[in-house]
Design a protein around this ligand. Structure first.
Ligand code: PMP
Length: 286
């Protein structure tokens, strides 16, 4: 396999970064994960718009134009054999001579790292045989700017680990009694045939998959609302889903060891999963 670091493609064991890099010392950087199906980047512009926004929010100079980013992503995909892959892309504020919380002045060149990962076959690809996943609820212990796709993922990591130790695959987070999102996903519930997802704010990452699900529901006249979800509505929901770029739409069939609805992936999920997969195939083939 090959990775990309600061202008060159290389084997992963050849990629070296200074311990003085602010990504290492302060988690001072941002990232993106862009899926490719059949070697074709999916929702590339949407991911790049979010990347540009994350960089602007933390005042890191964007080292590449959108077309340059696209070329780098496509080259990396090609060099890793194409097919279904995710592209991980990270930009940190760069390496400095001394450790100082304040930004280097004048600025140094940001560090750019990219690698690919495998994508497991998502549940949405086979809605009739999908088995669903388990989740637990936990207190959202993160900072107040979760809309920035920061590489500072210690809270997310601690929360996910707690879920794994409880035998679940995702932690659904609650802040002041309301659902925010998952440790690495956005959350949807279905109550009386209406789909509900929390509105975008500083409390959640604006998921590219989330936005596409909202868009698909609107274009197919499936009722969907963007509004806050109190904890009791989460517990009583007929369906719960979590969404992310690499896992698409995953039905949650158990919450805190209690069945969600009848304990099987729901009918509304099946319908939306089919729209999602059709949309993906139309764009990327297969
Ligand atoms: N929220 C968080 C905290 C995440 O880490 C992710 C996945 N990166 C998401 C939501 C889902 O975002 P997307 O659909 O763009 O992958």
């Amino acid at each position: 396999s090959q990775v990309y670091l600061n202008g060159a493609f290389m084997a992963p064991q050849e990629a070296h970064i200074s311990p003085m890099d602010r990504g290492f010392l302060f988690a001072d950087g941002i990232y993106e994960v862009i899926p490719a199906y059949n070697g074709v980047l999916f929702r590339f512009d949407e991911h790049l718009i979010r990347l540009e926004r994350s960089l602007a929010e933390i005042a890191i100079h964007n080292p590449h134009s959108r077309e340059e980013w696209r070329h780098l992503c496509e080259t990396l995909i090609e060099r890793n054999g194409g097919g279904n892959l995710s592209v991980y892309l990270q930009i940190s504020r760069g390496a400095t001579e001394k450790r100082d919380h304040a930004f280097p002045n004048p600025p140094v060149a940001p560090t750019v790292f990219m690698m690919t990962g495998a994508i497991a076959i998502p549940a949405a690809d086979s809605p009739d045989t999908a088995s669903g996943s388990k989740a637990i609820t936990l207190d959202d212990i993160r900072w107040a700017r979760c809309d920035i796709k920061s590489i500072s993922l210690l809270p997310n990591s601690l929360l996910r680990q707690q879920a794994v130790e409880a035998g679940a695959s995702e932690a659904i987070l609650l802040r002041d009694g309301f659902v925010t999102e998952g440790s690495a996903s956005n959350v949807f519930v279905v109550i009386a045939d209406t789909i509900i997802t929390p509105p975008k704010s500083h409390a959640i990452l604006g998921g590219i998959t989330r936005d596409l699900v909202v868009e698909l529901c609107r274009s197919h006249h499936i009722p969907i609302e963007e509004r806050e979800i109190p904890e009791n509505q989460l517990r009583q929901a007929d369906e719960i889903w979590v969404t992310s770029s690499t896992k698409e739409i995953v039905p949650i069939i158990q919450l805190n060891n209690a069945p969600v609805g009848d304990g099987k992936p729901g009918q509304v999920w099946k319908k939306v999963a089919r729209h999602y997969v059709n949309f993906k195939r139309r764009l990327c083939g297969q």
